[in-house]
Design a protein around this ligand. Structure first.
Ligand SMILES: NC(=O)c1ccc[n+]([C@@H]2O[C@H](COP(=O)([O-])OP(=O)(O)OC[C@H]3O[C@@H](n4cnc5c(N)ncnc54)[C@H](OP(=O)(O)O)[C@@H]3O)[C@@H](O)[C@H]2O)c1
Length: 243
């Protein structure tokens, strides 16, 4: 699909990858609804800013009513922590599932009829390589991303009839503030060789979407997907960096 002249809505644009998605979409000639829980933090000239909390059905419904011209939905927003499932705080574990799975589902259910009315369009869900290879220390997030992968595949099947392309971006590591702070607090060294620059990743993802790809993978995404054909193994940063 051609993003020139498209109308895109992006979740979580006040920071991180979502901010770069909105900027790149504008650069490609799309109209952009840049959404955030705190719209006052969105600084993207040329974008139309909307308040959207993907875990609040009223907020999702209001966005659907306000943005009836959308034909591209980028589900980027997520709570990326959560800790381990056996030892983590249950409220944080639920929040990981609420945003990654139920929040993405609410956005897709809300906007599917809008996309249908506007010719089919496309949905891009931002997953993670941990959907395919769990990561000790954040297994709650990994499990939520696995569920979001299942949701993505289900939405693709259910929305094929209305002509909606449902795609997944499956990256490993993105050099956003959230990841850099997490690594610093955990005392983990992040190898440059497998880090994505968020602006470059947004361009790579939108190139894939424009080419009609349904799974857009970076190097760690490719490696994680390959593990699915063998016994499940947890993600190991050092091994990934040297692969
Ligand atoms: N960074 C990585 O290494 C990495 C790797 C693979 C995949 N990913 C995925 O890439 C996406 C972006 O990651 P990132 O590193 O850019 O994250 P980030 O910098 O932590 O930003 C997350 C964004 O999501 C928003 N958000 C969280 N919960 C929300 C909710 N309920 N409703 C609306 N917005 C909400 C945040 O808003 P607030 O500011 O209000 O919290 C923020 O704008 C996520 O889906 C993440 O899982 C990240």
């Amino acid at each position: 699909m051609d993003l020139q002249g498209a109308t895109a809505l992006v979740t979580g644009t006040n920071r991180g990858l979502g901010h770069h998605f909105a900027i790149e979409l504008l650069r490609r000639g799309a109209k952009v609804y840049a959404t955030a829980r705190r719209p006052e933090l969105v600084d993207i000239p040329g974008a139309e800013v909307l308040r959207v909390d993907i875990t609040d059905q009223g907020s999702v419904d209001a966005a659907v009513a306000a943005a009836g011209d959308v034909d591209v939905l980028i589900n980027n927003a997520a709570f990326t922590a959560g800790g381990n499932l056996m030892t983590g705080d249950l409220a944080a574990i639920r929040m990981a599932m609420d945003s990654n799975y139920y929040g993405t589902l609410a956005m897709i259910r809300g906007f599917a009829p809008v996309l249908a009315r506007n010719g089919g369009g496309a949905i891009l869900n931002v997953l993670s390589a941990v959907a395919w290879q769990t990561v000790d220390g954040n297994t709650a997030y990994a499990a939520a991303k696995s569920a979001q992968w299942g949701l993505t595949n289900a939405a693709r099947v259910e929305l094929a009839g209305q002509g909606t392309l449902v795609a997944a971006l499956v990256p490993g590591l993105i050099a956003t503030q959230t990841l850099l702070e997490y690594a610093q607090n955990a005392g983990v060294a992040l190898p440059e060789s497998v880090m994505n620059d968020p602006a470059e990743l947004a361009r790579f993802a939108l190139d894939g979407l424009e080419a009609g790809e349904i799974e857009i993978l970076d190097r760690l995404g490719v490696a994680a997907k390959a593990t699915l054909s063998g016994p499940p193994i947890a993600f190991n940063l050092a091994a990934a960096a040297s692969a």
